[in-house]
Design a protein around this ligand. Structure first.
Ligand SMILES: Nc1ncnc2c1ncn2[C@@H]1O[C@H](COP(=O)(O)OP(=O)(O)OP(=O)(O)O)[C@@H](O)[C@H]1O
Ligand SMILES: [Mg+2]
Length: 378
């Protein structure tokens, strides 16, 4: 797997230097400036082959200001301890499992951890029901194999194997979607830190610095639950939903701002009221009760995660930019919310209509939004 050569990012000050043509640069490229500033300021001990000390990795994720004034933007907004435990785990011989409901930033945190620890977030296995053992161990280049027989040249390393050989962080996405027998190929890797290649009578021994970050979705539990043997090789860190509406508004506005800039959408804080509204609607429907705790409501079947709130607001901003006056208004988010809430056309629509008529209609200052909801068909 070769990565396309991207032009070296122009390392501007506060991270986020974006290679000209790449739609979504890897974390280590997008935040090259921040990572370099952290490395320069970091005088704490670094575990073998780590680019940064655990303290600097945590600062990269949680944000902060360096002695020279460089501002590190927070990537993860949430309890500091969670990130500290995750980073510490990576410095031990246990692998890290990030667990949580959809949209709680598992993939996001995994990418940024790998970028900060190893300077490379691309050693990635995407878990699916069809993930073969070769994706975790190794495969063969059959032309080479037939021409010259089994040799190191004919071997095609998996991302995990490369991470072992180079002392890097490998990432496995959606671990529980991978069939159980394929998951089991990780057991030897994680406990013996070796990958035997019987065809060559050799083994690949993991170099210090190697570790694995896996992510798994709470909702997938039961599809291919982790065997207890494998689970024991992982420290599990659960990423929670944002504790308060304010925290969630903060996450959504930060991410929307970043994504908006990469799409050349106008930024600005005028839309903050609308963001607050989207978050309120999502939280109330998710929790099954209004924010004041007075009215019980039914929850729809969709997950209504922070990630979905981010995309509703981003789409709304795009609507406002291309067809409105550039300011996010109720009409720009109403259809997005409807799309996120109504997954099951029958049951969810009834729940949504009830919410609109009993909660939205009665709420002070929500008249515009009520009208917008009615217009898109609630
Ligand atoms: N606490 C948080 N701090 C910062 N960003 C967050 C937080 N929660 C969610 N996000 C944002 O939500 C988006 C989606 O996150 P991500 O894709 O990592 O979720 P996930 O947990 O992997 O979901 P899934 O289970 O569907 O794979 C990201 O853009 C991320 O920035
Ligand atoms: Mg994910």
């Amino acid at each position: 797997m070769t990565m396309p050569e991207t032009s070296a990012p122009t390392a501007d000050t506060a991270g986020e230097s974006v290679g000209a043509e790449v739609l979504r640069p890897h974390a280590e490229d997008a935040f090259a400036g921040e990572l370099a500033a952290l490395a320069a300021a970091d005088d704490r001990p670094r575990p073998a082959r780590w680019r940064l000390s655990p303290w600097a990795v945590a600062t990269y994720l949680l944000g902060g200001t360096l002695p020279d004034g460089t501002v590190i933007t927070p990537k993860y907004v949430g309890p500091r301890r969670i990130i500290e435990v995750a980073v510490t785990t990576l410095a031990t011989d246990r692998a890290l499992l990030l667990l949580g409901v959809p949209g709680t930033a598992k993939t996001w945190v995994s990418e940024h951890l790998a970028a900060a620890v190893s300077g490379d977030s691309t050693l990635l296995v995407q878990g699916t029901a069809g993930t073969p053992e070769e994706a975790i161990r190794y495969g063969w280049n059959y032309a080479q194999l037939l021409a010259h027989g089994p040799s190191r040249d004919a071997l095609v390393s998996s991302p995990v194997m490369r991470a072992m050989a180079e002392g890097m962080t490998a990432r496995i996405e959606e671990l529980t979607r991978i069939p159980a027998d394929v998951q089991d190929s990780l057991i030897t890797i994680l406990s013996e830190k070796t990958l035997p290649v019987p065809e060559l009578g050799q083994e690949i021994q993991a170099v210090r610095g190697f570790n694995v970050i896996a992510t798994a979705n709470d909702r997938d539990r039961g599809i291919n639950d982790l065997s207890s043997a494998l689970r024991r090789r992982f420290n599990t860190v659960v990423l929670p939903l944002p504790a308060t509406a304010e925290a969630e508004v903060d996450i959504v506005s930060r991410r929307v701002d970043q994504i908006g800039r990469s799409l050349d959408l106008p930024g600005g804080l005028e839309g903050i009221a609308e963001i607050r509204r989207v978050v309120t609607v999502f939280r109330e429907l998710r929790d099954g009760v209004t924010a004041d705790g007075r009215t019980k409501i039914k929850s729809p079947s969709g997950t209504l995660s922070t990630a979905e709130a981010i995309s509703v607001v981003t789409n709304g901003l795009a609507l406002a930019a291309h067809f409105g006056d550039g300011v996010l208004r109720p009409g720009d988010v109403a259809s997005g919310i409807l799309g996120a809430v109504v997954r099951d056309p029958a049951a969810d629509r009834v729940i949504w209509q009830e919410y609109v008529e009993t909660v939205v209609r009665e709420r002070d200052g929500w008249k515009d939004f009520y009208r917008a909801c009615r217009e898109v068909g609630a």
